[in-house]
Design a protein around this ligand. Structure first.
Ligand code: ADE
Length: 256
C-alpha cells in the first residue's frame, strides 16, 4: 500500500517511523511518503494561508500549493507549473484522498477495514480554519475524496487525526502485524469491546487473576471472555449492544 501525507508540519509524522508501522515501511509492505506543503509555494515567505473571503476569524489555506502537492503525488503535474492532471480512465482506481476534518464522516473500524484494501491513500492535513473549498472540489475530480473525522471534538490540524487513521488502517494490511490472531477479539472487531487481560504473577498485591484463566479449560475461558466482553460493552457502550444482531440465550442471560 502506498500512503502519502501532505502537511506544513512533516515532523509530526516522524512518529509513524517507530514501531510496527515503521518496520512495515522498512520491509516494503507500506510505501510511506511525507510531503511538506511549503515545498509547493514559490514566494519568499512560503505562504500557505490567507484571510477568509467574507470575513471571520482565522486563516484559510490557499488552493494552489495544495493543487501542486496533489498533482505531484499523482505524478502527472510538473512542480511549479500549473499543469493539468490527466484523468483516470477506469484502468486503476483513483487514489483515495482523505481530508481530516471535524466536518467529515466519522472514521471507525469498518472504515479502517475498507481503507486497508486500497492501493493508494493520500492524507491532506489542513491547519488553521481549513482549506479553500475550490481545491477540495477540484481534487474530487482526480481522487476518491473522503472528508473524515476521528471523533466529535476539534483538533488544531489534520496531522494527529491522519496518524490515528494511518495506524488503524496499516495494522490491518496483511503482514504488518506478525500474528494475525491479534486482530481478532479486539475491541470493535466484531462489535464488542475486548475482555480484560492479565499476565504473571498470578497474585499481585492481594489481587488474583480470575481462576478460570489458570484452569486450562479452553471452552470455559472462551465463555468467560465473551461474558466479560458483553458486560463491559453493556456498561461502557450500550449503543454498541443495540447494534448487535440476534444474541443466543446465554449472551442474553449475561446482559440481563
Ligand atoms: N481536524 C480537526 N479536528 C478533527 C477531527 N475531529 N477529526 C479529524 N480531523 C480534524
Amino acid at each position: 500500500m502506498r500512503i502519502d501525507v501532505v502537511s506544513i508540519f512533516p515532523e509530526y509524522l516522524e512518529g509513524l517511523k517507530l514501531s510496527l508501522i515503521g518496520k512495515a515501511a522498512e520491509q516494503g509492505l507500506l510505501d510511506l511518503n511525507v510531503h511538506d506543503l511549503r515545498d509547493f509555494t514559490f514566494d519568499r515567505h512560503n505562504t500557505v494561508d490567507d484571510s477568509p473571503y467574507g470575513g471571520g476569524a482565522g486563516m484559510v489555506m490557499k488552493a494552489e500549493p495544495w493543487a501542486l502537492a496533489l498533482e505531484h503525488i499523482l505524478g502527472e503535474g510538473p512542480r511549479g507549473a500549473s499543469a493539468s492532471v490527466g484523468d483516470h480512465d477506469g484502468e486503476k482506481p483513483k487514489p483515495i484522498l482523505i481530508v481530516p476534518s471535524p466536518a467529515g464522516r466519522v472514521f471507525d473500524q469498518r472504515v479502517a477495514e475498507d481503507l486497508a484494501g486500497a492501493e493508494h491513500l493520500v492524507f491532506a492535513c489542513g491547519r488553521y480554519e481549513g482549506i479553500d473549498q475550490r481545491v477540495i472540489d477540484w481534487a474530487g475530480e482526480h481522487f476518491d475524496l473522503r472528508p473524515m473525522s476521528i471523533g466529535d471534538y476539534v483538533l488544531n490540524g489534520g496531522e494527529v487525526a491522519s496518524m490515528a487513521m494511518i495506524e488503524a488502517v496499516s495494522r490491518l494490511v496483511p503482514g504488518v502485524i506478525g500474528n494475525p490472531e491479534s486482530l481478532t477479539e479486539e475491541s470493535h472487531e466484531d462489535g464488542l469491546l475486548e475482555y480484560p487481560i492479565y499476565t504473571k504473577p498470578a497474585s499481585w498485591r492481594q489481587r488474583d487473576v480470575p481462576e478460570v484463566l489458570l484452569s486450562g479449560n479452553h471452552g470455559a475461558i472462551a465463555r468467560w471472555r465473551r461474558d466479560r466482553r458483553l458486560e463491559r460493552t453493556a456498561e461502557v457502550r450500550p449503543d454498541l449492544i443495540a447494534k448487535l444482531g440476534e444474541l443466543d440465550k446465554h449472551d442474553r442471560a449475561v446482559l440481563e
